[in-house]
Design a protein around this ligand. Structure first.
Ligand SMILES: [Zn+2]
Length: 99
């Protein structure tokens, strides 16, 4: 039986996000944008390749461009999906546009 991978230092949520980025782009890029040591990311990716680490879905982590008008573009730091965001009328924060 394969021992399930678990990081003692990072949350499962963060591990998924970083591995998604590493698989999509590269180890060094994922390490850089997430500020996680490259060796650590390498260990996660290895665990993922071995099947010790499962990634079903990750929580999108939106990096928003500086607002230029009411709408701005957010890019997920993990999967690099893009989405438009607008400032809510009462400034309670960012809300994704409905599709
Ligand atoms: Zn994402």
């Amino acid at each position: 039986m394969v021992k399930k991978f678990r990081s003692s230092q990072y949350s499962e949520k963060r591990v998924s996000q970083v591995v998604v980025r590493a698989v999509k782009t590269s180890l060094s890029e994922a390490a850089r944008v997430w500020k996680v040591p490259k060796m650590t990311v390498a260990g996660w990716v290895e665990a993922y390749a071995d099947g010790r680490l499962k990634i079903d879905e990750h929580l999108h982590h939106w990096d928003l461009a500086s607002p230029n008008g009411p709408v701005t573009t957010g890019v997920c730091r993990a999967c690099q999906e893009e989405r438009k965001f607008r400032i809510s009328d009462n400034f309670r924060g960012w809300k994704p546009n409905s599709k």
